[in-house]
Ligand binder design. Structure first.
Ligand code: URA
Length: 466
């Protein structure tokens, strides 16, 4: 009997390494007991005090498993069921003999692992949906905190989502498992807070101070990570959809924007458009006619991002079809960018306005509205996988960079985004329309065209490479 002790409840790399070694040594699943550091003692089979160690494996000895098994295991391992490590090893063991096993959804092991992954996905989605930060620590430095009780071990899995969405505010998510912290640069983790210390309503700040303020915030030694995307079920889609049939559960993975370029299949645009049509993430849907989603070919390597639909766009249901759109079309043509090959969207997808008699006066979207809508932008990026994102105006720049980004200082040059893409910041075409001085209008228009020429160069380069 072998006893494998993993470093933590979510130690996927440890599980993977041990599972590979065991499988290569032909150690049958029934001969392995899995545990987690600090808890293994309870799980040790009676009579087993010392686990035998396995001899090292020749590096060239290996075997392959389908990529969707790795993704399935990566997510299912976050389930709270103690049996998950053994179940996943059993699956791995069986996959050695039957490479197509995961296609047999009637198989109890396959169905159980898929159901576990689905349950983890739902819990992660619940967390994304219901976590609301409260401002605390006002008299010193603003900080935002929340208490959340996850069903599974999903805090590290979902933390990058919150880091991207709330990139410009420092936050802490307190949970009984672990606490996640974002300082504007990196995510760090500290031990969880016992349920007995769960903050009573209005007492969040007190709990946070007791544990973290000011000298107890994570030190640089605490594990820190960039808000990378722990790749969610891109290739698990079909498997989880099938699991739904076999387990009767509702399994609806929602992939996040990938950070490794061109590696995930991405969201299906039509599905996104349909979902966005029912978006209620902020109040703007109440007065707008409809959601105005992005448009353009899925193969576009350039994405243009505007602020929000205007009056004409709101009625037509298409982005940039009104006066600003005409100005944009003209400038794109002059710069040599083919609009038909570009994906055009807005940071905010509902028209925000105040009625003035028969007119609907445009209102600039506020930060909570930009944040609420950012999920759609992220998922459009995930689906389109553009090489270059052009942010037109301050609202677009705030959405693209996840924080307030001044136009003047940043316009007209390629800027690296954390996911490896390039961004280009420029003014919004409506700004040109509003300029009262005709001379300034001409000059600013020329500058806008110059900025867009950078995109044109890239479009031509990619056309040559294709
Ligand atoms: N302004 C924008 O930002 N987007 C549109 O679609 C139209 C006007």
């Amino acid at each position: 009997m072998y006893l494998i002790t993993l470093d933590s409840e979510t130690d996927f790399d440890g599980w993977r390494k041990a599972a590979r070694t065991l499988a290569l040594h032909q150690v049958a699943p029934a001969d392995v007991t899995w545990g987690v550091q600090g808890q293994t003692q309870d799980r040790m089979p009676p009579g087993l005090s010392e686990a035998p160690s396995l001899p090292p494996i020749e590096t060239e000895t290996t075997f392959s498993v389908p990529a969707n098994f790795i993704e399935l295991a990566r997510i299912a391992i976050l389930h709270r069921d103690d049996e998950r490590f053994a179940l996943l090893y059993r699956l791995l063991w069986r996959l050695k003999a039957d490479h197509d096993l995961l296609e047999t959804m009637a198989d109890p092991d396959v169905a159980q692992a898929a159901a576990m992954a689905g349950s983890v996905q739902r819990d992660a989605q619940r967390m994304r949906d219901i976590v609301r930060f409260r401002e605390i620590g006002r008299e010193q430095k603003a900080h935002y905190a929340t208490w959340f009780e996850p069903e599974h071990h999903i805090v590290a899995f979902t933390a990058p989502f919150f880091a991207r969405r709330f990139a410009d505010m420092p936050w802490s998510i307190l949970t009984p498992d672990i606490c996640a912290h974002w300082d504007g640069h990196a995510i760090s983790f500290t031990p969880g807070i016992s349920r007995t210390e769960k903050p009573a309503p209005g007492r969040l700040e007190e709990t946070w101070r007791r544990h973290f303020q000011p000298d107890r915030m994570p030190t640089p030694e605490a594990p820190r990570t960039r808000p990378r995307n722990l790749q969610e079920a891109s290739i698990l889609g079909p498997l989880l959809a099938d699991a739904e049939r076999w387990t009767g559960g509702r399994i609806s993975p929602r992939p996040e924007a990938p950070v490794t370029r061109k590696t995930t299949a991405g969201d299906d645009l039509e599905r996104l458009r349909e979902e966005a049509a029912h978006c209620r993430a902020c109040h703007l849907y109440k007065d707008a006619t409809q959601t105005v989603f992005g448009e353009g070919p899925k193969s576009a390597n350039i994405m243009l991002v505007g602020e929000q639909p205007g009056d004409k766009e709101d009625l037509a249901g298409h982005p940039f079809v009104g006066p600003a759109g005409q100005m944009l079309d003209r400038a794109l043509e002059e710069a040599g960018v083919d609009r038909k090959k570009v994906y055009v969207t807005n940071a905010v997808k509902h028209f925000k306005f105040v009625p003035r008699g028969k007119i609907r006066l445009h209102q600039k979207p506020a930060t909570p509205e930009i944040r609420a809508c950012r999920q759609w932008y992220e998922r459009e990026v995930s689906a389109i996988q553009p090489d270059l994102i052009v942010a037109m105006g301050a609202t677009a720049a705030q959405s693209v960079f996840g924080k307030i980004t001044p136009i003047g200082k940043n316009r007209g040059r390629l800027i690296d985004l954390p996911d490896g893409r390039k961004a280009l910041v420029t003014v919004h075409p409506s700004y040109l329309l509003r300029l009262p001085d005709p001379k300034a209008k001409v000059l600013e228009y020329q500058r806008f065209v110059e900025d867009l020429k950078i995109a044109a160069t890239l479009q031509k380069k990619s056309a040559r490479a294709a």
